[in-house]
Design a protein around this ligand. Structure first.
Ligand code: PHE
Length: 457
């Protein structure tokens, strides 16, 4: 990474692609995507999700890259630097708030994944059945100490990496381990597809039943597309600020969005055949990943080694995604609030740990916190998730689209995304701009109005 005005930069297009993919690929693909798809009716949810990625996700990612690389600043500072009126900084503040809300529950789930690495190493998951797989997951949730210690370990790892500033090392790890994760998921897929009754799982995943599409389901798919692609909260503004001048950012958005969606679908192909084959329900909820993957690897040669590798790589993917999320808060505290390197990391991560306790203990069925409702029937864990993914990120995305579509100059947008006219992509840019100005905001508003019951379709 070359030093330039004291700001780090990614060195090559290859590094940019992998770093951005490292932010996008995480628990969202392997844990959240299958579990939401399972609780929201399968194929129809997948279809809406993919539409959201193409119609909203890619255009908004391009906007974030544009803002970030042009300003070369964090999510709050970028709007200042671009001389946007003060109100636009709200996008940055909302982004910092989202980083906290997501980290509260993300660190908890990452903690479960870390603990599964050790369970697999100890051989605890050898020979599990659908009944024991479930009870092993439930025991992971039981606190107070064990899940909190794992959550603390996750936050310590993230803090140490951010303080040490070994981003370059992380990039190298992502570059090599991401393809390995990909291969492992494919092995999982092959195994899952050869299970008896696998076709039922595929049918659940790919058969579109339009009667499943209610307002809340569509909002959940939209929220997931933002969460998955790390959009609407300034992560991609911050990453864009480290991009090289010659990166083709439209191509990067498309490649990252498609690769990320592919990995999610492959994770679905690994999980749903197993769900049906082992007589479980797709609507099992947040434990779905933890209950099925040990079963997929049971009874195959080297199954336990593959299981260790699978959870280890998932832990790394979760950690790199989390680093990009926490980085939004860290960049804000260090660049806008003048905190030093160590303080700008430890201040937010300590708050994440303290408030994150609420998320972790609310997931423990034996804890009194599990009975507390925060938003409607939702406990702390689900409320943090709902507020960030389904509200703050899409609203952030809407504001970003409005800013670029109506307040930034179209010519300026095109100049930045064509690398000052050196890329021959005028046609694509015009199309993307139509999306940013009309289609994406309109879709976002319609989904919101529909989910609060204001309009019905
Ligand atoms: N995209 C990440 C994942 O799928 C989560 C994330 C959300 C990361 C928002 C950064 C910002 O796991």
């Amino acid at each position: 990474m070359e030093q330039k005005n004291k700001r780090e930069m990614f060195s090559t297009g290859f590094a940019i692609f992998f770093a951005t993919l490292g932010s996008a690929v995480g628990l969202g693909n392997i844990w959240k995507f299958p579990y939401l798809l399972g609780t929201n009716g399968g194929g129809a949810f997948l279809l809406v999700y993919l539409l959201c990625v193409v119609l909203v996700g890619i255009p908004i990612m391009a906007c974030e890259f544009y803002i970030g690389r042009k300003a070369r600043k964090n999510a709050v500072g970028a709007f200042k630097k671009l001389k946007a009126s003060k109100g636009w900084r709200t996008i940055g503040f909302m982004g910092v708030a989202s980083a906290f809300l997501i980290a509260f529950f993300y660190s908890c789930v990452a903690g479960w994944v870390y603990s599964y690495v050790f369970k697999a190493i100890r051989g605890d998951l050898v020979g599990v059945t659908s009944v024991t797989a479930k009870s092993k997951f439930m025991s992971t949730l039981i606190g107070p100490f064990s899940p909190l210690i794992w959550q603390l370990i996750v936050l310590i790892v993230v803090s140490v990496i951010l303080i040490a500033g070994v981003k370059k090392g992380i990039e190298r790890i992502t570059k090599t381990l991401m393809p390995v994760l990909f291969v492992l998921i494919i092995i999982c897929d092959i195994r899952a597809l050869t299970l008896p009754g696998a076709s039922q799982g595929l049918k659940f995943l790919f058969h579109v039943d339009f009667s499943q599409l209610t307002g809340p389901v569509i909002l959940a798919a939209l929220g997931l597309s933002f969460f998955k692609l790390s959009l609407g909260m300034g992560t991609m503004i911050t990453y864009g600020s480290y991009f090289t001048k010659d990166n083709n950012m439209i191509a990067t958005s498309i490649k990252v969005a498609l690769s990320d969606s592919l990995i999610s679908i492959l994770a679905g192909i690994a999980i749903f055949p197993a769900v049906f084959s082992f007589g479980m329900k797709p609507s099992e909820g947040p434990g779905l990943l933890f209950m099925t993957i040990p079963l997929v690897f049971s009874k195959i040669p080297f199954g336990n080694i593959l299981l260790v590798a699978f959870f280890f790589l998932t832990a790394i993917a979760a950690t790199t995604a989390m680093i990009s999320m926490v980085q939004v808060a860290v960049a804000y505290f260090s660049e806008e609030r003048g905190m030093g390197r160590v303080k700008s990391v430890l201040f937010p991560t300590s708050i994440m740990m303290i408030v994150g306790i609420l998320a972790t203990l609310s997931a423990d069925p034996t804890s009194i916190l599990s009975n507390i409702h925060v938003l409607g029937q939702k406990g702390f864990f689900d409320s943090f998730d709902y507020l960030s993914s389904n509200i703050l990120l899409p609203v952030g995305g809407l504001l970003i689209a409005i800013y670029v579509g109506y307040f930034a100059k179209k010519e300026d947008f095109k100049l930045e995304l064509s690398n000052q006219g050196t890329l021959n992509n005028d046609f694509v840019l015009n199309i993307i701009f139509v999306f940013i100005k009309y289609i994406s905001p309109l879709l976002l508003v319609i989904v919101f109005l529909n989910s609060i019951g204001f309009i019905k379709f």
